[in-house]
Design a protein around this ligand. Structure first.
Ligand SMILES: Cc1ncc(COP(=O)(O)O)c(C=O)c1O
Length: 366
């Protein structure tokens, strides 16, 4: 077996992307302008919502969503304890308190029963995260939120094109927050988008991302500069065009990988619920109790053989040093277990069949 170099993620940039960016540079509109509007219109149509608002990144998309619904100091927002740090940190940034809920270990997303138990008089919102590209179980979460009059903000940063019961992630709550960071299923380098069916919330996000400006140099509230450039939007338009095709390749790669991994017996492949269309932003396996190696030994072994892996994420939120300093205590055993047992394997569309066979072969030699 020859040694190779297989990366965990590779951005998919083709000639069309390059041409679109060059067109933006030549258009004379580097910010605002028709390309940003076109990207927003196309993205809204793709997700199946009334409005999409382009912003500088996914963290800002979450923060502006929280600000749009009026989250303020003293409020509580329910978030999973197993997610990228931005989900919880945006709540902290507004002076509100992230209330951490455990996850369902099958899909690594918010456990709805924990959401029910965590609602208090101060709860303003719940943020389900469609982690790794598999949708959270939205129906019970939305039902609990509606029963208690709290907002649902979907963290869809990893779920471009993922479906929940036939509907796109980002169209199921009051607001959806997307990231177009370089490793995502579609990218604008850095970038983000807020999606919503509410004209009022869309208007709030529009104001907040542009210094609260209602008319030229007339500012009615405190906002910032969170605008996307036309250069990013141009890349976004061409990336969106191929998103479904590239997601299909990710799904095919995942199917092949899963076939091989199932035979091992000690690694659990990702689970796709019958109601879900997983878009495999990450392909995350979990070591079973009887695995012959530890997670870190497995990662080192694969690295020695040229296969890059990653741990998304090595610490649950409540064990992050920042949250320990803030007084968060042990909780959420599933989040902890996930952080110890998971490993992301390469699944990106540039992977060849041969690469997948190589990885499976390496695993079967353990
Ligand atoms: C689940 C989740 N939420 C939020 C973000 C934040 O997005 P960005 O990096 O574009 O700010 C990310 C990005 O990695 C993410 O994975």
């Amino acid at each position: 077996m020859n040694k190779r170099s297989i990366r965990i993620s590779v951005p998919h940039i083709d000639e069309n992307d390059v041409e679109m960016v060059v067109k933006a540079l030549r258009s004379g509109w580097l910010v605002h302008g028709p390309l940003v509007e076109e990207f927003e219109t196309r993205f809204a149509k793709y997700i199946g919502v009334k409005r999409a608002l382009a912003v500088t990144n996914g963290t800002v998309a979450l923060e502006l969503s929280l600000r749009a619904i009026g989250v303020k100091p003293g409020d509580e927002v329910i978030v999973p304890s197993f997610t990228f740090i931005a989900t919880a940190n945006t709540v902290l940034m507004l002076g509100a308190k992230p209330v951490l809920c455990d996850i369902d270990l099958e899909i690594f997303s918010l456990d709805p029963s924990c959401v029910e138990d965590s609602i208090s008089r101060r709860t303003r919102a719940v943020i389900p995260v469609h982690l790794y590209g598999h949708p959270a179980d939205m129906d019970p979460i939305v039902r609990i939120a509606r029963d208690h009059g709290v907002f649902v903000i979907e963290d869809a940063a990893q779920a471009h094109g993922a479906l929940y019961k036939g509907m796109k992630c980002g169209s199921l709550g009051d607001l959806g927050a997307f990231s177009f960071y370089a490793t995502k299923n579609m990218t604008t380098g850095e970038g983000g988008m807020v999606t919503t069916n509410s004209d009022d919330l869309a208007r709030r996000v529009e104001l907040l991302r542009n210094h609260g400006q209602e008319a030229k140099y007339i500012h009615i509230e405190l906002g910032g500069n969170y605008r996307m450039t036309s250069i990013q939007a141009a890349l976004g338009i061409s990336q969106l065009e191929k998103l479904d095709r590239l997601n299909e390749i990710r799904r095919r790669n995942a199917e092949k990988m899963t076939q091989g991994i199932k035979k091992l017996g000690w690694l659990r492949p990702p689970i796709e619920k019958p109601w879900a269309r997983h878009v495999y932003h990450q392909y995350v396996v979990m070591l079973e109790d009887d695995a012959p190696v530890s997670r870190d030994e497995l990662a080192s072994y694969l690295r020695e053989h040229g296969v890059e892996t990653a741990v998304h994420y090595p610490l649950p939120i409540h064990m992050q040093p920042l949250y320990r300093k803030l007084g968060y205590k042990d909780c959420c055993p599933n989040s902890y277990k996930a952080s110890q047992r998971i490993l992301s394997l390469p699944i990106h569309p540039a992977l060849e069949e041969d690469d997948i066979n190589y990885i499976i072969d390496l695993l079967s030699k353990i």
